[in-house]
Design a binder for this molecule. Structure first.
Ligand code: ADP
Length: 328
């Protein structure tokens, strides 16, 4: 506006001077031409500067700005630039969080692998250093090294599963199956493990009829294995693990796995399903868990759009339960 005013004044002065010399000075003509010059130069200047600014801004922000039409409207351009900047800020924040998450995950992975790897290395080095000639320890050390390798495999399988679950690659193969039979098969699978601590695996009652549910059978089996395995790991000698299956609504079934083991302090319950979370940092590692068992269970159940619950009292026992969709 100021530039247009200056141009208009210069034009008015020029017109006045030339008309004065030609003795045809007329205030009306001078004023009219000044106003006309002002209006035209204002419009041209505005259009040119808008385009110039738009081009400059565009060269900074790239393709993500809208077309040049909006260049005529500096208010919307400013709005777009602000929005663009806040979007970018959000994107950077997200990338930072993801990077943090990745770094933390890698740190945890290395930490989990270290203990069993050093155990295996320890036994193998001792054997190589001469213990291999000692018949009494040779077999024992080899077996322990093998156990360490088995633990490593188990941990790596858990890493693999949690990574796939967290990437959202669930690809559920939903089918109709009998949940009673599935829990029974998990009990049979873990019977040996339970007998080491003299733990009894049983149902709360006799299930004479199948209870059909909808879900990915193998994934649900994995969830039940993790829960029953935990009930054994954190169960007490001569304790028991009870499974109960209840139809809670027309279309819902709840599966409960209850133990009378060591239980969990209320303060830890909110964090229980976080990956790598352990109540007893040193103790449970010796039991061979990766700290991912419950995180995997949670992913599987929530991937089915179902819910998982925990109730526990320190010293008395725990109850983990989850819902499933009932099949007709
Ligand atoms: P971990 O590999 O350590 O078993 P989980 O994710 O399966 O990892 O469990 C996380 C933690 O929750 C365990 O370290 C343990 O402290 C606690 N926990 C899980 N299940 C039970 C249970 N049935 N009784 C008592 N504590 C449990």
């Amino acid at each position: 506006m100021r530039s247009a005013l200056i141009i208009a004044l210069i034009a008015a002065a020029a017109v006045s001077a030339s008309t004065y010399f030609l003795s045809a000075f007329d205030i009306v003509i001078v004023s009219a031409s000044a106003i006309a010059v002002f209006v035209f130069s204002f419009l041209i200047l505005k259009y040119r500067t808008d385009r110039f600014i738009y081009k400059r801004v565009k060269s900074i922000y790239g393709e993500s700005l809208p077309g040049p039409d909006s260049a005529a409207d500096m208010v919307s351009l400013t709005r777009e630039v602000k929005k663009f900047a806040s979007d970018k800020k959000l994107e950077i924040e997200m990338l930072k969080i993801r990077e943090e998450y990745r770094r933390e995950f890698l740190g945890n992975v290395a930490h989990e692998l270290k203990t069993p790897l050093f155990t295996v290395q320890g036994y193998l080095s001792t054997l190589l250093d001469g213990a291999v000639k000692d018949k009494s320890v040779r077999q024992k050390y080899l077996e322990r090294a093998e156990k360490g390798v088995e633990r490593l495999i188990h941990i790596v399988q858990d890493f693999d599963m949690i990574t796939r679950l967290e990437m959202g690659n669930l690809n559920l193969a939903v089918m109709k199956f009998d949940i009673v039979e599935l829990v029974q098969s998990v009990f049979e699978l873990l019977e040996m493990e339970a007998s080491k601590k003299d733990i009894l695996l049983h149902f709360d009652r006799r299930y004479s009829r199948p209870i059909y549910v909808l879900g990915d059978k193998e994934r649900i089996r994995q969830a039940v294995i993790n829960l029953v395995m935990n009930s054994i790991k954190y169960g007490k000698e001569k304790g028991s693990t009870e499974a109960a299956i209840e139809e809670i609504a027309d279309d819902k079934v709840i599966v409960r796995i209850t133990d009378n083991g060591q239980g969990i302090d209320a303060q830890y319950l909110p964090r229980l399903f976080e990956r790598f979370f352990r109540v007893d940092k040193s103790g449970s590692r010796a039991d061979g868990g990766s700290g991912l068992g419950l995180a995997i269970v949670k992913h599987i159940i929530e991937g089915h759009n179902e819910k998982i619950f925990v109730k526990s009292t320190r010293g008395e026992g725990s109850e983990f339960s989850f819902t499933l969709k009932k099949a007709e």
